[in-house]
Design a protein around this ligand. Structure first.
Ligand code: PRT
Ligand code: MG
Length: 219
């Protein structure tokens, strides 16, 4: 249970866990187990009152919103899609940086499709971000929700374009796709349950301050 005496931090395995570790270390907190080798979902730390729970990246905001965790680290992409109700967002951690972009097949003339007012079929996991972006541009789109392997959609004819995360661009290049629009820059945010922030104010404030210093971000 997440009790008043414990501070529970929700993280997802992979880049968010890996890039949060140095921030925890800066706050004097060592995670005592390695999620890649352990099957445990609740990880103890060097501070008896602090524990880490491992959840799917898209479930982090949900855990924090409903108090299954007091705090969590989540990509801005995930946060926008989830919505920020019940979540306090005190800090940009500047980790897991990437961007949300529009990409198409190298042989698809995106600029003239947009100029001619064609209706575009767009596949994405980021339906809210894509809807808002194309609406602001005045481009009519049919959005097709996917949960993974977005890059495949233009290659199979499922869609004209995708809206996806890009970091190095290697995945797009490997699939003969080109980035045609950059929608927004993404980094991971600290999110805090609003009730926890009131009830566990002192330890949460200490953690925010240590994270802010380590992340080099103004609070
Ligand atoms: O992978 P899984 O289905 O379990 O969950 P997830 O994809 O939601 O989690 P995870 O751990 O992959 O991503 C968590 C968060 O990391 C995202 O919400 C982003 O905020 C952030 N992040 C930063 C990224 C990337 N960089 C990134 N490059 N998330 C995903 N990618 C993927 C991207 O989707 C594409 O398939 O990597 C590929 C592109 O990388 P490049 O370097 O080839 O351009
Ligand atoms: Mg992933």
């Amino acid at each position: 249970m997440n009790t008043p005496a414990t501070l529970t931090l929700a993280l997802s395995k992979g880049r968010i866990f890996d890039e949060t570790l140095p921030l925890l270390r800066a706050a004097g907190i060592e995670v005592l187990e390695d999620p890649e080798t352990s099957r445990k979902l609740i990880l103890a730390t060097s501070q008896p009152g602090v524990r880490v729970v491992l959840v799917r990246a898209t479930d982090v905001p949900t855990y924090v919103q409903y108090g299954g965790a007091d705090l969590g680290v989540t990509g801005l992409d995930t946060l926008i899609e989830h919505g920020s109700q019940g979540l306090y967002q005190p800090l940009d951690l500047n980790i897991a940086r990437c961007r949300v972009s529009v990409a198409v097949r190298a042989d698809f003339d995106y600029a003239s499709a947009v100029r001619q007012g064609s209706r575009l079929r767009v596949a994405t996991k980021y339906v809210a971000i894509a809807r808002e972006f194309f609406a602001a541009k005045g481009v009519h789109v049919d959005l097709i929700k996917l949960y993974g392997s977005m890059e495949l959609a233009p290659l199979t004819g499922l869609a004209d374009a995708i809206v996806d995360l890009v970091s190095t661009g290697n995945t797009l290049r490997a699939n003969d796709l080109v980035e045609v629009e950059r929608i927004m820059d993404i980094s991971s945010r600290l999110v805090v349950n609003q009730a926890s922030f009131k009830l566990k104010q002192a330890p949460i404030r200490r953690l925010i301050e240590a994270f802010a210093q380590a992340a080099g971000a103004p609070q």
